[in-house]
Design a protein around this ligand. Structure first.
Ligand code: UTP
Length: 289
């Protein structure tokens, strides 16, 4: 089975739900405790064994590129001041030379279009796709479980997690052969099903392993919901000829592109931080009364 070496991070969206914060700062650079959202997701990919990180950026997103590059002046100042711990922290973020690629989506035409923009860098091999605003917090990195499933089964994989029945119309939903299994073959995929018609309550949570044939379908540039080139439409078309598996994620998921999800993620990550959890809990208690 071809090993999953490359991961795509589409970061070219406008982040309109978070304006005005995202007018000049990309939503992927908003911080969850002490690191930007995008770094949490890159860390997940690295922990899952990803070797090449592909960012699809857009206008006003150059700060993401800077975050994953050396900051020479800062590094020298830290060195002169003997701040070894801080220097080490920055060194850990840095992808090895030649293992990060940046390409631009010139207009935000939709997630499917953003993924298609990475086609030449991905080449002819299966790849991982991580939506950076969806944080997956669990025992094992979500993508690791998916890579392990792909090593055994091949095909295409999407991470799924349950949502309340009454919310299924807001998500991409899958029907599966065995609802109780950790990994199960997908029988149906629907984007935002009408109330009462969803095949299950399992939603697609923003982690994918896709075969490169997806690029041929995305190349058609067909517009779907909201006039955007949708990834789900291409996946539904691909499912006619290739197998898709759902890999259930059992941890917590936070949509940091929404204000509520962002705030909840900050609380959850602060409560898991060994140095912060006790003082933070005390502060929160004071606020909540
Ligand atoms: P979202 O729809 O959550 O992001 O897309 P958005 O459009 O930035 O957010 P809102 O709804 O306006 O607040 C999911 C992911 O796909 C990327 C986004 O950056 C985000 O990580 N995306 C979306 C692109 O890279 N290009 C696009 O054209 C659309």
């Amino acid at each position: 089975m071809t090993r999953i070496r490359k991961a795509v991070f589409p970061v070219a969206g406008l982040g309109t739900r978070f304006l005005p914060a995202t007018k000049a700062v990309p939503k992927e650079m908003l911080t969850i405790v002490d690191r930007p959202v995008i770094q949490h997701v890159v860390d997940e990919a690295r922990a899952a064994g990803i070797e090449h990180f592909i960012f699809v950026t857009g206008r006003n997103k150059h700060v993401i590129e800077d975050h994953f590059d050396i900051q020479y002046e800062l590094d020298r100042t830290l060195s002169e001041r003997g701040k070894k711990k801080e220097q080490q922290l920055l060194a850990e973020i840095l992808p090895a030379a030649g293992t990060a690629s940046f390409t631009r989506q010139q207009a935000p035409l939709g997630l499917g279009h953003a993924v298609w923009c990475a086609r030449d860098i991905v080449g002819d091999e299966p790849f991982a796709l991580l939506l950076p605003d969806m944080l997956h917090k669990g025992e094992t990195p979500c993508l690791k479980d998916m890579i392990d499933a792909h090593a055994k089964l091949g095909g295409n994989h999407v991470a799924v997690a349950p949502v309340p029945e009454e919310e299924t119309h807001q998500y991409g939903i899958v029907g599966v052969k065995d609802r109780k299994a950790k990994v199960s073959e997908i029988t149906e995929m629907v984007e935002k099903p009408k109330a009462g018609t969803a095949p299950s309550n399992l939603h697609i949570s923003g982690r994918y392993i896709l075969q490169p044939t997806i690029f041929e379908l995305l190349a058609k540039q067909e517009k779907g919901a909201g006039g955007e080139i949708q990834l789900t439409d291409a996946m539904v078309a691909l499912a006619a000829s290739e197998t898709f598996f759902a890999v259930r994620f059992d941890g917590e998921i936070y949509d940091t592109g929404s204000k509520l999800g962002f705030l909840a993620a900050n609380v959850a990550y602060a409560l898991s931080d060994p140095a912060l959890k006790d003082p933070f809990r005390a502060e929160a208690k004071k606020l909540l009364g």
